[in-house]
Write a protein that binds this ligand. Structure first.
Ligand code: HEC
Length: 151
């Protein structure tokens, strides 16, 4: 089997990033978007684990890509109504002062998730899918750095 060239460090980082999140006490729209993000995180973890194990499963990649894309774009933006900063949210107020950028990042998440799904559906090999997975992971990081306050 061809060796995975996508940095295993990056893969490990993505998996770790989703490992420890807690949103105890959240209610309403804050809970809804934390649940959506947790689902996204869980999908990423599953794909990351599969890639690291080297046991390529295109159906898993396809369904993870579809699920993540379904949470992204406008659907995600709508989970952030103006001023919804109730504890224990980690959302940054910058989301509402820089709405266009936030929307663009949410669209990038959706496009990257669809791209990964399409590769898997087209019968791409694991190497290509790993590349798409890394790009997808990059969209998480970009948005979190700009719009998520780590508590
Ligand atoms: C468009 C911006 C954006 C993108 C893209 C994005 N996130 Fe998030 N994410 C956020 C924000 C903002 C929060 C904080 C939400 C809150 O606490 O109200 C968050 C929170 C989270 C959380 C914590 C949820 C919780 O229960 O507290 C996880 C896990 C997460 N994101 C995973 C991911 C993963 C994995 C990706 C990429 C596949 C991703 N996110 C892409 C903006 C984004």
């Amino acid at each position: 089997m061809k060796k995975l060239r996508v940095g295993s460090v990056l893969l490990a980082g993505i998996v770790a990033a989703g490992a420890a999140w807690a949103h105890g006490g959240a209610t309403g729209i804050v809970k809804e978007r934390m649940d959506a993000m947790s689902d996204i995180g869980g999908q990423m973890k599953a794909v990351g684990r599969m890639l690291r194990a080297g046991s390529y499963d295109p159906a898993l990649v396809s369904s993870a890509g579809a699920t993540i894309a379904g949470h992204a774009g406008k659907t995600l933006v709508d989970l952030f109504p103006e001023g919804s900063l109730e504890a224990p949210t980690e959302a940054s107020p910058a989301i509402w002062t820089d709405r266009a950028k936030f929307r663009a990042y949410s669209d990038e998440l959706q496009e990257a998730a669809r791209a990964m799904k399409q590769l898997a559906d087209r019968g791409a090999d694991m190497q290509e899918v790993a590349g798409a997975f890394a790009s997808l992971g990059g969209t998480c990081k970009t948005c979190h750095e700009a719009f998520r306050i780590k508590k």
